[in-house]
Write a protein that binds this ligand. Sequence first.
Ligand SMILES: *Cc1c(COP(=O)(O)O)cnc(C)c1O
Length: 338
Amino acid sequence: MNIDWANLGFTYIKTPYRYISNYKDNKWDEGILSEDDTVKISECAGVLQYAQTCFEGLKSYRTVNNEVVCFRPDLNAKRMADSAKRLEMPIFPENRFIQAVIETIKANIDYVPPYGYGATLYIRPYMFGSNPVIGVKPANEYQFRIFTTPVGPYFKGGVKPLTIRVPDFDRAAPRGTGHIKAGLNYAMSLHAIVDAHNKGFDENMYLDPATRTKVEETGGANFIFVTKDNTVVTPKSNSILPSITRRSLLYVAENYLGLKTQEREILFDEVKEFQECALCGTAAVLSPVGKIVYNSEEINLPSGMQGMGEITKKLYDTLTGIQMGRITPPDGWLWKVE
Ligand SMILES: *Cc1c(COP(=O)(O)O)cnc(C)c1O
C-alpha cells in the first residue's frame, strides 16, 4: 500500500475487502467479506434493464485520539430502506446495515486515512436487482454490497468558492424520485453536469420543475444559505434528497453556534439577498458558492468570493471538529469502529 494521503482526490481506489449479501427466496443470506471486486450477473438483470438500484454514501474518520469512527450510519440505513421501498426492492435490515458497514471498515482499517490529512474513508453501500427481468416488474433476487475507498476533497482547489449556474434542463430526477438516493437520478443528471463543466461551471442549481421559481439542490448536494442577519436557511421540498450533512449542520447551527435556522421554500429571486451560500453533503462536506448564473443574471455572493463566509466557516469547523473528535459530539453521532 502506497497512498499519498495529502493529495487524494475523489476517485476510486480499490481496497482489499467488500461486503456481499444476496437476497433470494424472500430472504437475505448471512453475508460475507470478499476479496473479489467484480460482480457477475445475468445479461437481463433488473439493474441493467430497468435501473433497479439504489445506494448510500458515508464516511469513516480517524480522530485526533486515533480512534476510527463512522458518522451517523443509522441515518444512512434508514434512508436506504426508504430508497428500497420506493423502488420495490427488499429492505436490508437497518441493524444489519450498520453492522456490515462497521465490519467492512474494520476489514479495510489500514485504508482509513491518518488524522490530519483532511482525507477520509468513503463507504458505498448499494443494492441492485440481479435476476433476469424482461417484462416491467421488480426483480426477485438482489445483491447488497459495500465497498470502501479512501478519498480527499470532492471539489479541487480547497476552499476556492464554486461558480454554479441554473441550467435550462429541468430538475434531473424523474418526477417523484428526487428524494431517494438512486442511480437513475444520477444518470439523468449526467448530461446537465457535463454541459455545465463544458461551459466553465462547477455545478448546477436545479429549480423546481413545476414552476422553475424555487431553489431545489445540485446534482449531489443540498444548499445552505445564510441571511444578512445570520439565519441559516435551507430549501424545503419533497423532491430533494434529505441530506444527512444538512440535518447535522442545522443541528450544529442551533445547538453549538446559537444561530436561528429555517427550512422553507426559497425563491430564486431571494438568492441575491443572501449573505452566504454553500453546498453540503457527505462528499462536498460544506463547499462555499461564490457566484450563481441564471441566463444573463449574475449573482455574486458578498462573502463567498474570497473563501468561506464567516458563518459557513463556523459551521464547517464545528461539523468537521465533531467528526474528527476535536469537539464533543451529540449522542449517537459517532459510532466507534476501532
Ligand atoms: C447524497 C446526496 C446528497 C447529500 O446527502 P448526505 O446525506 O449529506 O451525503 C444531496 N443530494 C443528493 C441528490 C444526493 O444524492
